[in-house]
Design a protein around this ligand. Structure first.
Ligand code: SF4
Length: 313
């Protein structure tokens, strides 16, 4: 796989000891992922000159309803500085496929940062940090996750699948010179898009079938938008099951009834969570190879990202 997604990472994750207490977070998955992506490391709090070590900041929402970043010891308000930095940094990011941020941080946290009404009164622990909020506004179609959430297999699977697919679109679709290249890419992504959204897959098929009524540039733009929107939904086990059934239907007439029964049992075990997706994909790839189903072997769904990233940390 030649794709190398670009991922913004909180600098305190494996990169540099920039946390408020001078520590660094060690994260094995982020380290593994780093072999296959280009990280763009940033520490928003260091960028606004808070220094290391520094007094911790918190998020406060008081009567005016606005979330502020405050350093409780001195009462200094860093909201404007943080928003200004985030706006400048994010608006200058031209190539990016996702964000891997630090959980629970008032700057980088993704939906799990504490919010206070006063310095001592916590209202909730379910908001995003100021930098993370801006990242989600600027890049609404990209995955934004934190290292804690990525310990969940399916959230991680979804994140990694999306950054590789979005990188493919950013590098290969955007540079496509003719319809043939778009159609080839669409062919490879057929089952992956089906996994995420059958509705969007239909819209994309229609767009490509009627491409002659529109300009090439227009088709490319519309296709890119549909692709990004399709991937925003987190698929469940049933969606995977349906895609796997579609794939198996391609060669089920070449299987013996005992083989068909074995595959159905394996799929049922998958639905119950008793067998890993990776193991089923391996079985399907072997059968596709045996029956020389090249169209299936090229499917991104069966090889969405490097194998090493599929293993548990
Ligand atoms: S969480 Fe964000 S702001 Fe805090 S140390 Fe890490 S990179 Fe810096």
């Amino acid at each position: 796989m030649n794709l190398k997604p670009k991922v913004v990472i909180s600098k305190c994750i494996n990169i540099a000891p920039v946390r408020y207490n001078g520590e660094i977070i060690s994260d094995e998955f982020a380290r593994k992922l780093g072999k296959y992506v280009d990280y763009i490391a940033v520490c928003p709090e260091v960028e606004i000159c808070l220094g290391v070590p520094r007094a911790p900041v918190i998020l406060i929402k008081n009567n005016d309803g606005k979330v502020k970043m405050i350093e409780p010891q001195k009462g200094t308000n860093y909201t404007e500085a943080m928003e200004k930095f985030a706006n400048e940094f994010l608006s200058n990011l031209k190539e990016v496929d996702g964000f891997l941020l630090k959980a629970r941080s008032p700057s980088c946290g993704v939906m799990d940062t504490k919010l206070y009404s006063t310095i001592n009164d916590e209202i909730t622990n379910g908001v995003s940090g100021i930098f993370a909020t801006k990242a989600m506004e600027y890049f609404a179609d990209l995955p934004v996750e934190d290292e804690d959430r990525l310990t969940d297999y399916w959230i991680r699977y979804n994140f990694v699948t999306r950054i590789f697919a979005l990188c493919d679109i950013r590098t290969n679709l955007v540079n496509a010179k003719d319809m043939r290249e778009i159609l080839q890419l669409h062919e490879r992504y057929n089952y992956l898009i089906m996994l995420y959204s059958q509705t969007k897959l239909k819209e994309m098929n229609q767009l490509l079938t009627n491409y002659k009524t529109q300009g090439f540039g227009e088709v490319k733009n519309k296709y890119t938008k549909l692709f990004k929107k399709a991937l925003k939904r987190q698929p469940g086990l049933i969606s995977h099951y349906n895609v796997l059934r579609h794939i198996i239907d391609h060669f089920s007439d070449k299987l013996s009834s005992a083989e068909r029964e074995h595959i159905q049992k394996t799929l049922n075990m998958f639905l119950k969570g008793n067998i890993a997706l990776n193991d089923i994909n391996k079985l399907i790839k072997e059968l596709a190879f045996q029956f020389q189903e090249h169209h299936l072997l090229n499917q991104v769904y069966l090889n969405p990202f490097p194998n090493e990233l599929n293993r548990n940390c």
